[in-house]
Design a protein around this ligand. Structure first.
Ligand SMILES: NC(=O)c1ccc[n+]([C@@H]2O[C@H](COP(=O)([O-])OP(=O)(O)OC[C@H]3O[C@@H](n4cnc5c(N)ncnc54)[C@H](OP(=O)(O)O)[C@@H]3O)[C@@H](O)[C@H]2O)c1
Length: 272
């Protein structure tokens, strides 16, 4: 397949690029501020906020599949408008689209959310991701919209870096015991997204891990895996702080998992 990864220099995008190369796909990937490092990938600069640039790049590369993993937490124009720009360009070029979304589209009021649940965001980031979903489904009805959760790797994700800093005294803060997500391994997530890209499915999919774990439990698991002193990890309750956003969100992935060969492991398994 000829695949374009928008936001390919990011954490998820880099793993997508690596798996595309392994599968012998022809792959180009975009970056905003710094090119990715994977050799064999055509690295292209792109700002998704600039609609003409998105149109020009996608019509020139003419991908069969576009995976959009570009986002910026606090930037509506990147996360929401950018997703619409990518969907418009991918549709015009006749390419299939996989839009990466987030469990942040949910408030946490219901705790458990399956693929039929309607977004009720309570943060600016969640609202931008929900707006992106709406735009993508209107512009590109055949697109896959894949909601995921906290992404963990083999030491290279932001949450793992935070755990290391907290355990070695390099950072201040705490890991919440009530802030629960269905963390997913980046390798499982990228494999599932590429499987969905090659399928004929469309619409909302949930691609998250099978275990609902708190950030503190994740910290303990990461500390044990990496030989850190877990007793040094500070804990607390998010409900006792002013940190905004959803507290407990469990993405239920039953419908999606039934469609996939890729197994979406839980954190207790992949961090064991
Ligand atoms: N990380 C998580 O735990 C998590 C959880 C749930 C959902 N998600 C979703 O998963 C996706 C990927 O997340 P990630 O953690 O891999 O993100 P990331 O590491 O922060 O990467 C973001 C990517 O977007 C690019 N980007 C930022 N602003 C851009 C713009 N204006 N135009 C074009 N590209 C831009 C970045 O380029 P530069 O690096 O060059 O600036 C980078 O390639 C996102 O859709 C996110 O919402 C992530």
């Amino acid at each position: 397949m000829r695949i374009l990864i928008v936001g390919g220099s990011g954490f998820l995008g880099s793993e997508l690029a690596r798996q595309c190369l392994t599968a012998k796909h022809e792959v180009a990937a975009t970056y905003l501020t710094r090119s990715g490092e994977t050799a064999g990938v055509e690295w292209l600069p792109l700002d998704v906020r600039r609609r003409e640039d998105v149109d020009a790049l996608i019509s020139a590369f003419h991908p069969e599949v576009v995976v959009n993993a570009a986002y910026r937490q606090a930037d509506w124009a990147t996360t929401a408008v950018g997703a619409a720009n990518v969907a418009l360009a991918a549709s015009a070029a006749g390419g299939r689209l996989v839009q990466v979304s987030s469990d942040a589209v949910f408030s946490g009021a219901s705790i458990r959310y399956d693929e039929t649940c309607v977004p009720d965001p309570i943060s600016p980031y969640g609202a931008a991701k929900a707006a992106a979903e709406t735009a993508v489904s209107a512009i590109a009805p055949t697109a896959v919209i894949a909601r995921t959760s906290l992404i963990i790797g083999d030491g290279d994700s932001p949450h793992e870096a935070l755990v290391h800093s907290l355990a070695t005294g390099g950072a201040e803060g705490m890991l919440f015991t009530d802030d629960v997500r269905c963390a997913v391994h980046v390798v499982d997530l990228a494999a599932a997204l590429l499987e969905l890209a090659a399928s004929e499915y469309h619409g909302i999919h949930h691609v998250a891990g099978t275990d609902a774990v708190s950030r503190y439990e994740l910290g303990l698991l990461i500390a044990r895996r990496d030989g850190l002193d877990a007793d040094r990890l500070p804990s607390g309750r998010r409900a006792d702080t002013n940190v905004p956003g959803p507290i407990e969100v469990r993405l239920e992935c039953g419908m999606t998992q039934q469609r996939l060969r890729t197994r979406l492991r839980g954190a207790r398994q992949f961090l064991a």
